[in-house]
Design a protein around this ligand. Structure first.
Ligand code: NDP
Ligand SMILES: O=C1O[C@H](COP(=O)(O)O)[C@@H](O)[C@H](O)[C@H]1O
Length: 504
């Protein structure tokens, strides 16, 4: 989102500095921002956790993490020598008031050393049970009183359901202004996801076609080949609908379905996305049976390796009925989209990792070519590949070279790899920089989160009330349960196989 390099002096406090998210995502992202010259001279990262570490030990730990997880590869000694002095560690228990006093002293010392009043960003990379605790303690300790200079970043999950999301919003609103609150949805930071807005709203040729008159249906598919690994403790309380559809996939849907914003400001963009969520058709219990399916993976084989079923994963409940796959048909009841189904699906341990949005257009109203010339033609489709392939393909019909008139389907392709030489930043790099610049465009506003929860609540409730499950119901390395095929086949469509050229 950024067009300038004017990041003001900033102190970045990471609650959960010793945790997995910081190791794999935040620390490498901050390092890469430093590497690319985005960070100001006056910049400090204060990591916190209960672990007993000093500054040097924490720096060593981050060095290992960055070496392992950074997209830019191993750290160069000279760059590290420039970065490391900006990093500090403070042991703290987030539940005790004394910890916040110590943060206050640390921040004050840096202010005095720098001779300026920096922005202070509190990043909550801790379990969600600590979000209210930390927010309240920051406020009580007067560490976030200035809305111009202090911000709080909240990781997912934002609430477990509509009530808990509302409760968390209420609590945050007691202590912070909305402009201070940055709710993360890391999909919004992905380069290819940001490009959906650029592609739709910086090109005049798409908008006239972007509606129910030309579009037959939309598919949003986020498939993963990995299982839950050692995250079953968290995942068992969540499931695919909460973990992916309520946030990432619905946000992708909003980007496809939103009206053109008047300008590219945070609230205008977010208003248009909330409009979509509000226009989405609500589910009755009968609708849920018709329009939503779920699945759970069984043990099996992936690429020659034996893999456990979900119930056999570390820390999983052996009788768990948590879904690791979900597919839902939504409608957006407004003038633009009336009658156009949006099929969303996501799941773990599926055949291939791929996040793809496919817009299928209606057939031409009349074919002038002989039947045999057109037999194998597909509808025009716009295929937006978010990852791992990063591309946009427009599938068109063309005449095959030859003396006869035979047509086939060809792709017009924009692909990042072939077009740009610069490597795209990781989502967290963009998002962390935006928190420092005070740009909330790619962050979830409170009403947006609640509107998304409101939409999925009938499905969650209905699934919770239906106890009998035939789980596990799909095998590893498949495309999910048969019921997912039936969901879309009833409307005469099928899930598209994801781009064959997609990188593994
Ligand atoms: N890991 C990931 O890929 C993702 C994580 N998230 C979210 O990020 C958050 C963190 O996840 P993750 O990093 O995986 O979790 P971890 O369990 O790896 O880390 C938890 C962190 O919290 C700290 N902590 C726990 N209790 C206290 C306490 N009482 N006082 C101070 N610090 C404490 C731990 O410090 P110590 O061990 O030193 O006590 C540790 O640094 C969660 O909300 C998660 O949902 C979101 C998306 C992806
Ligand atoms: O938020 C989450 O996202 C990941 C998938 O993210 P991606 O960037 O790798 O597509 C998912 O594995 C995880 O369960 C979920 O919590």
């Amino acid at each position: 989102m950024n067009t300038n390099k004017n990041v003001p002096p900033t102190i970045f406090v990471i609650f959960g500095g010793t945790g997995d998210l910081n190791s794999r995502k935040l620390a490498p992202a901050l390092y890469n921002l430093f590497l690319d010259g985005w960070l100001p001279e006056q910049f400090a990262i204060i990591g916190t956790g209960r672990s007993e570490l000093n500054d040097d030990a924490f720096r060593e730990r981050l060095l290992g993490d960055i070496n392992e997880f950074s997209r830019t590869g191993k750290v160069k000694a000279k760059t590290w020598d420039g970065f490391a002095p900006h990093v500090y560690y403070q042991q703290a228990d987030v539940k005790t008031a004394a910890s916040y006093k110590e943060f206050g002293q640390r921040i004050k010392a840096l202010e005095q050393e720098w001779g300026t009043m920096p922005n202070v960003i509190y990043y909550l990379a801790v379990a969600p049970e600590f979000f209210p605790v930390i927010a309240t303690n920051l406020a009580k300790s007067d560490l976030a009183t200035d809305p111009e200079r202090t911000r709080i970043v909240i990781e997912k999950p934002f609430g477990h359901d509509l009530d808990t999301a509302r409760e968390l919003n209420r609590l945050l609103a007691q202590h912070f202004e909305e402009r201070q609150i940055y709710r993360i949805d890391h999909y919004l930071g992905k380069e290819t996801v940001q490009n959906i807005m650029a592609f739709r709203f910086a090109n005049a040729i798409l908008e006239p076609l972007w509606n129910r008159n030309y579009i037959e249906h939309v598919q949003i598919s986020v498939t993963e080949d990995i299982g839950v690994g050692d995250r079953a403790g968290y995942y068992d309380t969540s499931g695919a609908l909460r973990d992916m559809i309520q946030n990432h996939l619905l946000q992708l849907l909003c980007l496809v379905a939103m009206e053109p914003p008047v300008d590219f400001t945070a609230d205008e963009v977010r208003n248009r996305k909330v409009d979509v969520l509000r226009a989405m058709r609500r589910f009755s219990p009968d609708d849920v049976r018709e329009s939503a399916v779920r699945g759970q993976y069984a043990p099996g084989w992936m690429q020659g390796q034996e893999v456990p079923g979900y119930r056999e994963e570390k820390n999983a409940n052996p009788q768990s009925n948590t879904e690791t796959f979900a597919a839902v048909k939504f409608f957006v009841d407004n003038w633009r989209w009336q009658g156009v189904p949006f099929y969303l699906r996501t799941g773990k341990r599926l055949h291939r990792k791929a996040s793809v949005i496919t817009i299928q257009f209606k057939e031409p109203p009349h074919f002038i070519f002989p039947r045999e010339a057109t037999e194998n033609l597909r509808h025009n489709r716009l295929v937006i590949s978010i990852q791992p392939e990063e591309s946009i393909r427009l599938q068109m019909q063309a005449k095959r070279p030859g003396v006869d008139m035979l047509l086939n389907t060809v792709d017009m392709v924009f692909d990042y790899e072939g077009t740009y030489t610069v490597e795209a930043p990781e989502a967290y790099e963009t998002l962390l920089l935006d928190t420092m610049l005070g740009d909330q465009t790619l962050f979830m506003r409170g009403d947006q989160v609640e509107a998304a929860w409101e939409l999925v609540m009938p499905i969650l409730t209905s699934w919770q009330n239906r106890t009998s499950q035939n789980f596990p119901n799909y095998s590893a390395d498949s495309w999910g349960p048969e019921s997912a095929e039936a969901l879309i086949a009833r409307d005469g469509f099928h899930w598209f196989t994801l781009p064959l050229h997609a990188k593994k």
